[in-house]
Design a protein around this ligand. Sequence first.
Ligand code: HEM
Length: 404
Amino acid sequence: MEISTMLKTLQDPMGIPFYPIVFQVLMVLTFALHIMFVNFTIGTTFLSLYGYLKGGEFWGRLSKSMVKATTANISMAMLLGVAPLLFVQVVYDPFWYASNALSGAWVIGFIFIMMAAYGLTYVFYLKKDSQRGKGFALTGITALGLFLLAGLIMHALNYQALQPDKWLGWYMKGNAVNTSGTSLQAFQLPRFLHFIIPSFAMTGIFLMLYAWYFQKREDMDQGYLDRVGVIGAKMAFLFTALQAVIGFWWLLSLPGEFNFISNPIFMSGAGLGLVLLALLYKAQNAPLKYAVPAVTGAFLTILGMSYAREALRMKYAGRFGYSIFDYKLNIDWGSTVLFLGTFVMGLIIIAYLLSIAYKSGRTAGLYDATPLMHKWGRASIVLLLMWIVIVAGLGIIISVRNYL
Ligand code: HEM
């Protein structure tokens, strides 16, 4: 069977429930958010370990703040990983499922790897100041190693998915089929590094933001914050420069027929990256002043690059005549409205949680919420209850109907 016919055959015969462009935009947006928090996770884990091993007042203090940040960053990375997971399964199902089946053991193992990494991060976080020793350093090192392994699995699954012409070769071992799923079949170093190295640039920006955020608190040591800001700006600049070099390495390793260097989406992403680099260069003299523009610029660059990654996937898939825009459309307004309603409601509730965290963290002592914040909090609870009733109600009605 031709590969293009095979891919079509593997698509969901029901078609997709809404226009593919909507899935694509949301997939790219949520992937950009996912990878940003992945970067924060890896970078803050590394920095907390570095500070712990180096010791001393400054590094000890920074290490404690960073490991606390890791616990929040990893939760966000996981939460924001689920969204692109759902979208990629909708529009690229033949690719994603085939790649997952080829490495099934790793896909299942991924869950346990994440659980172990998450647990070890907490052991490292909850240690007391008096508890210093190799054992605790080992928990941090193992957590970092497991985060990197999780990234490697995700990378292999994505890269395998792009090469349907090799699937059969990977599935066969000699004359027999290999259904064990215990191998990761594809790895591309520049692509992998392109997602991992920014961890150190993004954590530099994270440090700039940390210093900017706490400067308003009277109980914080300004000398400490200034030093954190300077280290952050340096890290951000150097690793963004390194990232640009790795980006070109990746670009040069792509199949020549893609002519990706002239792709307008790639050019926009790369252009944003260069603007960010210039901004970070200027930030060296005033890291706190540039903290917010730097994180805005970094997110826009990540978004641009995430769209470039999607444009690249379209090139790979296009080699086999596959385009998500040819997917059979079977518009389902009910599920679409429920989905978009859930999405908007989620944004309202998350914005409330973030506002509370932002305001309370900037207050020394007890935070007293304004009446508006109280109203927003109550509205969020009502929305959540309504959502549970609607979703559970629909589930029950549909299940009962199916059995009647
Ligand atoms: C610390 C843990 C994690 C790391 C380091 C990590 C890293 C990565 C990297 C590097 C990629 C891009 C790979 C490539 O394109 O070559 C990626 C993609 C992806 N990750 Fe994660 N990830 C982590 C956790 C998760 C979790 C928990 C989920 C799901 C709940 C998830 C879901 C995804 C999905 C679905 C994609 C592909 C999205 C797409 O194809 O557009 N990741 N991840």
